[in-house]
Design a protein around this ligand. Structure first.
Ligand code: GDP
Length: 470
């Protein structure tokens, strides 16, 4: 038993030492990466962070000094060879993105130019940065809280301009400020409870009615954020829209028209069976548009009907919105009706295509609110787009007040459960020691959102999703 205890204590101490030592090591490490996408462009940026940043930049350039906060012009040299003419931006800690000494080198944006410069930087004392390591250092150096660090990733990966704007709100600290406000309220009530427990002779325990009111307030605020969770998820992930209909009604043509793409993108190569095709469309919400036209009528002639229906079934199954397309010129056929039966319980828009072939004849509408369209003349395309927008962007301003991700939502749900237990206990006038325990866990859950309390695993999981150079 004694040996076991000793082993346990020894491994805990060893683990703590290892972590401590690794942290110290990391602080002295200087990292570098290409921060712009690899490709041909106007400018490429190489970022260096850590205490050797300035030394490295001076060693590899023709500059004698690098005054912090000044824009410096110079050449990057590899021995005596000139690599590129650059602009160098030196930042002294703590006034930098990471909170450390940072040097950013802006060079010409060619794949090999940026690689050559990174290579020189690495040979002169930096190591290549891991995914998200610059932002992780910014978090560890308290330049950003965790919700802001996550917003950086959201901003970079935003599929729509709308979501980019929402993410920028979190980067500016909107979510963090709200969480800190709720935390402050719970903390104040917790302090009053603790004072009553620790100094019963001097401080009265707070009234239960007061506790009920406070917990109710905090719960309302938590719910306000959670109420935005659904729209947050939609804005973040987007929605799936499937174009469904029998072969030849114009699904691929509509797909191209909505995306404003050339037909070549969805060219059918004779002899092959085309898969379901997907493309992204920005309608304020990121839409993944799915074209289910996958077969050629001249092949598989016996199976054409069967396969068309099967494809419609498959893609309609996971679609959030279905565009049901039929040929207005030939009118609704049995097969059209069969396909409509499959999708009728999903959110859908009925589209009558090829109205240019009606030659002035009035369309007999079989469904209410049918959108009349011609993918040839583009008549009706704007009507269809705005109908789609009405459905996919069905948010009020309150729905998008707070943008959260799944991790933050799960912390909020745990906080809510703890607060509900505390509220119930207060209503039952239970011992305030018990209420205190629930309030502590409510606070811990909120701390996880901003990152005051976080395990290495969660932290690594978050930053591993970032790109290198961020
Ligand atoms: P899918 O099999 O449902 O994907 O249909 P396609 O997009 O391949 O179109 C089938 C045929 O209908 C093609 O010859 C298109 O050029 C034609 N088509 C598509 N939309 C229209 C339209 O609005 N008007 C006319 N007149 N023809 C169209």
């Amino acid at each position: 038993m004694l040996v076991l205890c000793f082993l346990l204590i020894f491994s805990v101490v060893a683990f703590l030492y290892y972590n401590f030592f690794m942290n110290i090591l990391q602080e002295f490490d200087t990292i570098a990466a290409i921060s712009t996408p690899l490709g041909t462009g106007g400018v490429g940026v190489i970022r260096i962070s850590g205490e050797k940043s300035f030394d490295i930049a001076l060693r590899i350039s023709d500059r004698q000094t690098l005054p912090a906060g000044k824009i410096c012009h110079g050449w990057i040299l590899d021995d005596d060879n000139k690599i590129d003419e650059v602009v160098i931006l030196p930042f002294k800690n703590p006034n930098s993105y990471t909170g450390e000494d940072v040097v950013e080198i802006q060079c010409h944006g060619g794949v090999n130019v940026v690689r050559n410069i990174l290579d020189v930087v690495l040979r002169n004392g930096a190591r290549i940065a891991e995914r998200g390591e610059f932002t992780k250092r910014a978090f560890l150096n308290k330049k950003l809280d965790l919700s802001q660090a996550e917003a950086v990733d959201d901003l970079i990966h935003a599929k729509t301009s709308n979501f980019a704007i929402q993410s920028a709100k979190n980067l500016s600290g909107v979510l963090a400020a709200k969480i800190n406000e709720i935390k402050g309220d719970i903390f104040e009530t917790t302090s009053r409870i603790v004072a009553g427990i620790d100094f019963p002779e001097d401080v009265a325990e707070p009234e239960y009615s007061y506790l009920i009111e406070r917990f109710g307030n905090s719960l309302r605020e938590i719910n306000r954020i959670l109420d935005c969770a659904k729209s947050s998820d939609i804005l973040r992930q987007g929605i799936k829209v499937a174009i469904v209909g029998r072969p030849n009604v114009g699904k691929s043509s509509l797909f191209n028209a909505l995306l404003n793409l050339d037909r070549a993108i969805v060219t059918d190569i004779a002899g092959t069976t085309r898969d379901i095709i997907k493309e992204n469309l920005d309608l304020g919400v990121a839409v993944t548009l799915i074209d289910t036209a996958g077969i050629r009528e001249d092949e598989n002639i016996d199976k054409v009907e069967e396969i068309g229906i099967e494809y419609s079934k498959q893609s309609a199954q996971d679609a959030d919105l279905v565009l049901f397309l039929y040929d207005s010129n030939s009118g609704l056929t049995e097969e059209d009706r069969e396909i409509f039966d499959i999708i009728k319980d999903k959110t859908h828009i009925v589209v009558a295509n090829k109205v240019d072939l009606l030659n002035g004849n009035v369309l007999q509408e079989e469904f209410q609110n049918t959108v009349k369209l011609s993918t040839y003349s583009k008549d009706g395309l704007d009507v269809l787009k705005s109908r789609m927008k009405e459905i996919v962007c069905d948010f009020s301003p309150e729905d998008t007040e707070f943008i959260t991700n799944k991790r933050q939502q799960s912390c909020l749900l745990r906080c809510k459960e703890s607060l509900e237990r505390a509220l119930f206990a207060a209503e039952q006038e239970e011992l305030q020691d018990m209420i205190y325990i629930d309030l502590k866990s409510a606070l811990l859950s909120l701390d996880e959102i901003t990152g005051e309390v976080i395990t290495d695993d969660i932290l690594n999981n978050i930053f591993d999703h970032f790109c290198i150079g961020k």
